[in-house]
Ligand binder design. Structure first.
Ligand SMILES: [Zn+2]
Length: 95
């Protein structure tokens, strides 16, 4: 059976996106942070007032608590990430 080239690479891309999301999530656990929001469906994202192309949709963003030393260390470790301090949590997203 001949594989469909485009389909194969789309599959590889999706797996890569998922692996990065899982590594990101794992890192948050290692740093002892509690994740209050990670993957979101487009509907849930609208409900929560997220941006249309929020990285929560692919798991590359997470809302975490508490704001402590571990989080500050993580901020230094992930220099390309974006950190947004919200009212009751910190939003972290890759890139
Ligand atoms: Zn968020």
């Amino acid at each position: 059976m001949k594989t469909n080239g485009a389909g194969f690479w789309i599959g590889v891309s999706l797996v890569m996106v998922l692996l990065i999301a899982l590594m990101f999530r794992w890192l948050l656990v290692v740093y002892g942070l509690r994740v209050t929001s990670w993957f979101r469906s487009p509907w849930r994202n609208v409900e929560l007032g997220g941006k249309t192309w929020s990285l929560h949709l692919i798991g590359w963003a997470a809302d975490v608590v508490p704001v402590n030393l571990a989080l500050q260390q993580l901020m230094k470790l992930l220099p390309f990430s974006k950190f947004v301090v919200e009212s009751d949590h910190v939003h972290i997203q890759l890139f």
